[in-house]
Design a protein around this ligand. Structure first.
Ligand code: RP5
Length: 153
């Protein structure tokens, strides 16, 4: 693996058990990624800088996981036109419904492609599908993964 193509960011270290599964999927598919922890609420400047530099750094998609008020994906999407995939994390009193609604209900023009609560693996598959648009070898890896899945039914 060489250049980093996908960013995986999360709002807290406590999100890591879910979000590290996105990294595992991307590794399996041969997509180089980076993992960062930054809070939309506690470190808004860091989030802004990360989002605005992402395109120039060569990233093709950014996966954002956060729980509760879960503004991270929206805050990143506000700072870039790269595709942003949001993972609502199950935590707190509302078991992820709060994060799901916070992540999915973006205003028109600033989308966040939102996966299921704790759906970090699907976020990684979606990011790989985006990367595969101009990397045929990743498309082949995705097809092989689907065939393997079919064999396991
Ligand atoms: C969110 O609040 C984080 O993404 C995390 O899911 C949740 C709890 O954060 P910590 O209190 O563990 O830092 O912002």
């Amino acid at each position: 693996m060489s250049e980093t193509l996908v960013g995986i960011v999360m709002g807290s270290k406590s999100d890591m058990p879910v979000m590290e599964t996105a990294k595992e999927v991307l590794d399996e598919l041969g997509v180089a990624s980076e993992v960062k922890v930054m809070s939309a609420h506690r470190q808004p400047e860091m989030v802004r800088e990360y989002a605005s530099a992402a395109e120039k750094r060569g990233l093709l998609a950014i996966i954002c996981g956060a729980g509760m008020a879960a503004h991270l994906a929206g805050a990143v999407a506000a700072g870039t036109t790269l595709p942003v995939i949001g993972v609502p994390i199950k935590t707190g009193a509302l078991d992820g419904m709060d994060a799901l609604l916070s992540t999915v209900m973006m205003p028109t023009g600033v989308p966040v492609a939102t996966v299921a609560i704790d759906g970090a693996k699907n976020a990684a598959y979606l990011a790989a599908e985006i990367v595969a648009n101009n990397r045929p070898e990743i498309r082949e890896n995705l097809k092989a993964m689907r065939e393997k899945q079919a064999g396991g039914v």
